[in-house]
Design a protein around this ligand. Structure first.
Ligand code: SUG
Length: 420
């Protein structure tokens, strides 16, 4: 059923007006470190928009996913409370802007990989963290609008207790976008100091739902050391694009086996492993070297990195040596997404990759510079300049963020999403 030109489209989560630092994610070292700090939602959203613009300028196709209704009154009602009456921790969980990290929205298997030739998306349940566990209904509603064409199948989440955090724990290697790829699902095992958010059982269920060929599907265990070092998702220590796997030496529990399987399934694979002796796991996590967007340009592959990667001498030294040599990454692009980074979300966390024919996607979810101008104007007008944790319970703050989202949806002609 795949028709037209299959390209990769990055759907970035627009950073919502309630972006704040409440320290809700144990195991996410940046979010924990910055808990209680003052956040800048307007600057945060404009940083995200600037990243989208930079990607458009590289010739990449760009889409957008929109902030969810916050506070989530429905979720609070199911907890038999209301925003005004809820204790502070529930208010913070109900108001979180965490849907910005679109890599956690869903897992995507492009049409060439699936038995029915449709592109399958399974919405992530995000069940491990309370503030993320209530994202899925709004994500499901939004993806069902954006991907309503019968080229897509949008699945509801895998039932709990099997934790699923979406594309952040999923990689796809392929020779070309219209050829069958190899899909890699990375899961963690419980037992370390921090939660393992992706459960193998969930990954296997997603692979079955997506009708993947078992012979071209790998289930790979994340190393305990990576999770303990703060890699709460695989995309903090590895990223794949085309025939390239870019990974830290200690990303996986058994890397040699992963590399052997990949070489067997995809003889042209290029594995770029960064040794721990050059970049420690701690440096990989604090710099988000691997939470980069690895993209294909006409001139070869580029890595879209956060400023924090350039600021780390070991990381930047390794990158300079790589682009100066014969490796597959030819170009480095640096973006400023500091507000999101302070909550543990880098350039790759902010985007969901979908390989599809753009003509099959609801155009309201595709952006160009003109539509980003309009979105930026709404952000500038309505998004709060700053939020301190003490303001989270303030009714004026709630009115402000609800008005901001309503203005955005109206301008995008997406009022149908107001309740979901
Ligand atoms: O789930 N941070 C997110 C960051 C998600 C990053 N995504 C990827 N790696 N793909 C998380 O830990 C912090 C929110 C707070 O503390 O208020 C937060 O949810």
């Amino acid at each position: 059923m795949a028709s037209g030109t299959m390209i990769e489209i990055n759907f970035d989560g627009l950073i919502g007006p309630s972006h704040n630092y409440a320290g809700l994610s144990p195991g996410n070292l940046a979010a924990t470190r910055n808990a209680g700090g003052i956040a800048h939602p307007r600057a945060a959203a404009l940083q995200g928009i600037a990243k989208m613009r930079a990607n458009l300028d590289l010739g990449l196709a760009q889409g957008i996913l929109l902030p969810h209704p916050r506070p989530d009154h429905r979720w609070l009602a199911r907890l038999a409370t209301s925003y005004a009456d809820a204790p502070g921790h529930l208010q913070a969980q109900a108001v979180s802007a965490s849907a910005m990290w679109a890599a956690n929205a869903a897992t995507v298997s492009p049409a060439p990989d699936t038995r029915d030739g449709r592109c399958h998306l399974t919405v992530a349940n995000l069940g491990t963290m309370p503030h993320r566990s209530h994202e899925w209904p709004a994500t499901l509603a939004q993806l069902r609008v954006a991907f309503a064409h019968d080229a897509f199948v949008v699945h509801p989440p895998i039932p709990l207790p099997f934790g699923d955090e979406g594309a952040a724990n999923h990689m796809r290697l392929c020779a070309t976008h219209d050829a069958a790829g190899v899909e890699i699902f990375v899961y963690g095992e419980a037992g370390g100091p921090f939660p393992a958010r992706q459960h193998r059982e969930a990954s296997e269920a997603v692979a079955r739902a997506h009708q993947l060929d078992p012979a071209r599907t790998l289930f790979v265990r994340q190393s305990d050391a990576a999770i303990a070092a703060g890699a709460f998702h695989n995309d903090v220590v590895a990223v794949a694009n085309g025939t390239v796997l870019f990974t830290h030496e200690h990303a996986f529990a058994d890397s040699e086996r992963v590399y052997d399987d990949l070489r067997r399934l995809m003889p042209g694979v290029e594995i770029v492993e960064v040794p721990a002796a050059r970049v420690s796991l701690a440096d990989a996590v604090s710099s988000y070297l691997f939470n980069a967007q690895l993209v294909s340009l006409d001139t070869g592959m580029a890595l879209i990195l956060p400023e924090e990667a350039r600021a780390n001498a070991a990381v930047w030294g390794w990158l300079q040596a790589h682009v100066g040599g014969n490796g597959p990454i030819r170009r480095l692009e640096v973006v400023d997404v500091r507000e999101s980074m302070a909550n543990g979300g880098g350039p790759a966390c902010l985007r969901l990759r979908v390989v599809a024919d753009p003509a099959t996607i609801d155009p309201r979810f595709l952006v160009d510079h003109a539509s980003l101008d309009r979105i930026a104007a709404i952000v500038t007008q309505h998004w709060p300049e700053h939020i301190a944790p003490s303001e989270i319970g303030d009714p004026a703050f709630v009115r402000r963020i609800e008005t901001a989202r309503a203005a955005l949806l109206e301008s995008l002609d997406l009022d149908e999403l107001i309740e979901s």
